[in-house]
Design a protein around this ligand. Structure first.
Ligand code: ADE
Ligand code: ZN
Length: 366
């Protein structure tokens, strides 16, 4: 896709990293209008809020302070993170807790340029502890409504099935969701990937499609390219969450490019969970170079060291992302969303105006 910023990027790259850093400033990246399409609301539970909610609900924690919690966030793989993530959800008991959690995320995301968010939630992480589906979804939904009114930020909610649990449990969860159909745009598949291939969930995704839910799935985060094929062919996924391991399969890359299947990539998450050793080794820039429909997202920002613009900053510093590449990523974030065409058009116009309007000011700073 041709972009206005591309020629300028080349000039800046020619004059070295310093010039590029000054051109694409942190402030510019934070202000850039963008959508976030891959974040788990439970993964935005910052230690401070965790402590506050635990205190008011009388839930004991095995840590003494927020700093101690942060120090424990040293993960060896996806599962070691999920163990901590599910344990932390124990503090969430009442509608107000889900409301506060979601509101805090919206404020942070808004301050990082997010104009539209498609937010995952894991109802089974709550219903399995005896917290009603209604409690979780009502708190989250109320915060999203207030976010629309107070911040002017649009949002969609995506229900994720936990793939380490059975397909029958997923079907039961879909049944529980039926009264809230109007509040939920789609369904997804998350949790422990290895050993839990997408095709096990074919029937529940078919049923979800019959009820008009959009479908997405985590695939190719730790799991092999075969799981991405299955997410596309067996689940009918319209987007692939992560998908970074597609780069191991040229035939899959061709398919993803030809169909422009959006990939919701989360660079800081992949490094924190040791999918890649460092940001410098992350394939996100190569993926964009393959003309894949790449978006950049935060996944579980409270655990992985940053919100969405922090992920943008990390790929600028580690991979030398250019202004034109950021523009493509932000464009993709809107086009790959489940917004209607009119809303997409408005947000893309805002993005164009941002690039047009801020360019001279940014260059003055060089
Ligand atoms: N649930 C929360 N974060 C996740 C991730 N990165 N992968 C799979 N399931 C998740
Ligand atoms: Zn995720």
């Amino acid at each position: 896709m041709p972009v206005r910023g591309a020629a300028e990027d080349e000039q800046k790259v020619g004059s070295g990293m310093k010039a590029r850093e000054r051109t694409v400033t942190n402030e510019f990246l934070r202000g850039m209008p963008k959508a976030e399409l891959h974040m788990h609301v439970e993964g935005s539970l910052e230690p401070e809020i965790m402590f506050e909610i635990a205190r008011r609900n009388g839930v004991p924690l095995r840590y003494g302070s927020a700093e101690e919690v942060r120090k424990a966030y040293d993960f060896g793989d996806l599962q070691s993170f999920l163990d901590v993530y599910y344990e932390a959800t124990r503090v969430l008991l009442y509608e107000r807790d889900f409301y506060d959690l979601t509101s805090a995320y919206l404020r942070k995301a808004h301050a990082q340029g997010v104009r539209h968010a498609e937010i995952f939630f894991d109802p089974q992480a709550h219903t399995d502890r005896g917290v009603a589906f209604e409690t979780a979804i009502t708190g989250i939904h109320r915060a999203l409504l207030d976010g629309r009114r107070g911040l002017g930020m649009s949002s969609h909610l995506i229900l994720c099935f936990l793939r380490h649990l059975s397909a029958e449990a997923a079907m039961e969860t879909l049944l529980q969701a039926r009264p809230y159909r109007a509040w939920i745009v789609g369904v997804g598949l998350d949790s422990s990937e290895l050993g839990h291939p997408p095709d096990e969930f074919r029937a529940v995704f078919e049923e979800a499609a019959r009820h008009g839910f959009r479908r997405v799935a985590h695939a190719g985060e730790e799991g092999p390219p075969e799981y991405i094929w299955q997410a596309l062919d067996d689940l009918g996924a319209a987007r692939i969450d992560h998908g970074v391991r597609c780069m191991e399969d040229p035939g899959l890359v061709r398919r993803l490019r030809e169909e422009q299947v959006p990939l919701t990539v989360c660079p800081l998450s992949n490094v924190k969970l040791r999918v890649f050793d460092s940001i410098e080794e992350h394939p996100v820039r190569r993926m964009l170079g393959e003309d894949l429909c790449v978006t950049v997202n935060s996944d579980d920002p409270a655990y992985f060291g940053g919100y969405v613009a922090d992920n943008y900053t990390a790929i600028r510093d580690g991979l030398g992302f250019t202004r034109g590449e950021f523009r493509r990523v932000a464009e993709n974030s809107f086009t790959a969303s489940f917004l209607d065409e009119n809303s997409k058009k408005k947000l893309l116009a805002n993005l164009n105006a941002y690039f047009a309007g801020t360019q001279p000011e940014t260059l003055r700073g060089v």
